[in-house]
Design a protein around this ligand. Structure first.
Ligand code: GLU
Length: 551
């Protein structure tokens, strides 16, 4: 039996007993069937879209069951921690509406940052040590490497177990000697003696019954004693935190499935109620000849900043992700899909493909349902962070912006789908604004070259147009002035006539209209030209046409 006094001197004397923490964090009073879920991001400075996906499921399942969803910052790997990561979480989580029901600064089951929970972990480590369910291990890096090498040579599973576990059954005198020398140690969990060769099973809320070999590895539960704060490993923190935060459904990535046998043993050793798991399949990417997990290193679209930075509306992204989680939600209109709960049992076990083209289509369809005002508001919010130069333009030219957005949007059955994300605003509508528009530089401007109209013709045609320009509200009348001037300046009335005898004409009416289009919009493709001219107003249209004439 372990000498309690030897264990206790390793811990602060005022360290509470497990009962204290159990009392601090009582069983939650929630309706029958309520799920308490959590999302455990690590502050590494990178938020994976797969994390948002999992958290969205967490949030949904909790809310739908009248339970609680919380976010717990998992920062036990302090070497990987990055400055500013928590602010990044706040921004990303509020964008995708997955902020915690219990805030990390306050909330009855906190602290919600693992590095602030040292005392709690130490209580439970001491508790296991006192019972002999955990032990101190002084094995050095070299000794561990040697164990692995011998196991590989013997073709047996690698790990710290059985006869390889140097300190599992150490003589207390040897332990004391190391402690007296001040040698740092880790604390390992003592896997049950009978685990070898056993199998264990559990029911996963997504995958059904799963069977695995029981764990026989003496996993590290508390990291090295020469570090401060003394932090647990993921496995131990998971057991203690999810128990004390009264989480009853752990939804997490499927890379943790193989750890469930260890987690089951930890829960049993700690005498905690077993917990239900749901292991979510990872988001995948199509690559030539197959698919692979979306990779933080290789794929920009793996990071949440990709979506927020480009300004994909949260609703469109969430709609897309919900459809990946439950195929039937992809069949519903957006508003229904956002409010119909995700069903864990309908989540696939194969990782779904993230297809950005599909997302862009969804996003364009979604934006097309918004009013100009809603779009303008959203673009402005996005621009404050990502396109500061655009903000004053939108603010001083608010009316123009609304007129611009109204072109082929207001009162039409099929509004323009020219915005897939807020960052498209500049390329789609930037030309409306004097501050952002670059007028053509005379008849030889390179944007006019592809039209193939001789520059003296362009100049004469433009000069005539400017001289007699009529800003007609009626599209027909407005175009008629261009048509008649085109005829006067030697453009064929239609493409067919022109093709019959190209040498006889300066171009066709198409080229003449394109001269006007490029002058007014800067491009050969644009929203309806007459509506655009109306939105710009006569003085600005004239100014732009003037630029065609040149010096
Ligand atoms: N911090 C863990 C991770 O980043 C969380 C896993 C879990 O949800 O339990 O993968």
């Amino acid at each position: 039996m372990v000498d309690r006094a030897v264990v206790d001197v390793l811990f602060p004397s005022e360290l509470p007993e497990p009962e204290y923490w159990e009392g601090q964090y009582p069983v939650r009073e929630l309706p029958e069937g309520a799920k308490v879920t959590r999302f455990g991001p690590s502050p590494t400075g990178f938020v994976h879209i797969g994390g948002i996906y999992t958290a969205m499921i967490d949030r949904d399942v909790a809310t739908d069951s009248k339970g609680v969803y919380l976010v717990r910052v998992e920062d036990t790997d302090q070497a990987r921690e990055v400055e500013g990561a928590l602010e990044q979480f706040d921004r990303a989580f509020s964008y995708f509406r997955i902020s915690s029901d219990e805030d990390r600064r306050q909330g009855s089951y906190g602290p919600y940052v693992q590095s602030q929970r040292e005392q709690i972990y130490l209580t439970f480590v001491r508790h296991l040590l006192r019972q002999g369910k955990a032990y101190l291990c002084f094995a050095t890096k070299d000794e561990l490497a040697d164990i692995t090498a011998r196991q590989q040579a013997a073709k047996v599973p690698t790990g710290y177990y059985g006869k390889y576990a140097l300190w599992r059954n150490a003589d207390p005198a040897d332990v004391q000697a190391k402690l007296d020398e001040g040698v740092p140690y880790v604390v390992r969990f003592r896997a049950p003696d009978d685990a070898d060769g056993q199998r264990t099973s559990f029911v996963d809320a997504i995958r059904g019954r799963l069977e695995h070999e029981a764990n026989r590895n003496d996993a590290v539960i508390l990291k090295s004693s020469d570090q401060s704060p003394r932090l647990p490993t993921y496995h131990f923190a998971h057991a203690v935190d999810d128990h004390l935060m009264r989480v009853n459904l752990v939804i997490r990535g499927d890379e943790w499935i193989s750890s469930v046998p260890l987690h089951q043993q930890l829960f049993a050793a700690l005498e905690f109620e077993p917990i239900t798991y749901a292991h979510v399949a990872p988001l995948m990417k199509q690559i030539p000849g197959g698919k692979r997990k979306l990779s933080k290193r290789k794929d920009p679209e793996a990071g949440v900043d990709f979506y927020i930075g480009a300004g994909y509306p949260a609703d469109a992204v969430l709609y897309y992700l919900r459809g990946l989680a439950n195929g039937r939600l992809a069949e519903m209109p957006l508003a229904d899909a956002l409010t119909t709960p995700i069903d864990l049992a309908q989540c696939g076990v194969a990782g779904p493909l993230v297809d950005l083209v599909k997302l862009e289509d969804i996003s364009a369809d979604y934006i097309a349902t918004l009013s100009g005002q809603q779009i303008l508001d959203a673009v402005r919010v996005w621009a404050t962070e990502y396109d500061a130069e655009l903000v004053p333009v939108l603010d001083t030219e608010k009316e123009l912006a609304l007129r611009a957005l109204a072109v082929e949007r207001d009162g039409v059955e099929n509004p323009r789908k020219d915005l897939r994300k807020w960052s498209d605003f500049r390329s789609a509508y930037g030309f409306f604004f004097t501050e952002l528009f670059v007028p053509v530089d005379g008849p030889t401007d390179e944007r006019l070259v592809p039209l193939g109209v001789a520059s003296d013709v362009t100049t004469a045609f433009a000069a005539d147009l400017v001289a007699g320009y009529e800003h007609r509200e009626d599209p027909q009348e407005w175009f008629d002035q261009i048509r008649s001037l085109a005829a006067k300046h030697g453009f064929a009335p239609n493409a067919k006539e022109y093709k019959k005898d190209p040498d006889a004409y300066a171009g066709s009416i198409r080229e003449a209209s394109q001269l006007v289009r490029v002058a007014i919009t800067g491009a050969t493709r644009s929203p309806d030209l007459h509506a655009t001219a109306q939105a710009l107003g006569a003085p600005e249209v004239l100014r732009r046409l003037q630029a065609l004439i040149g010096k």
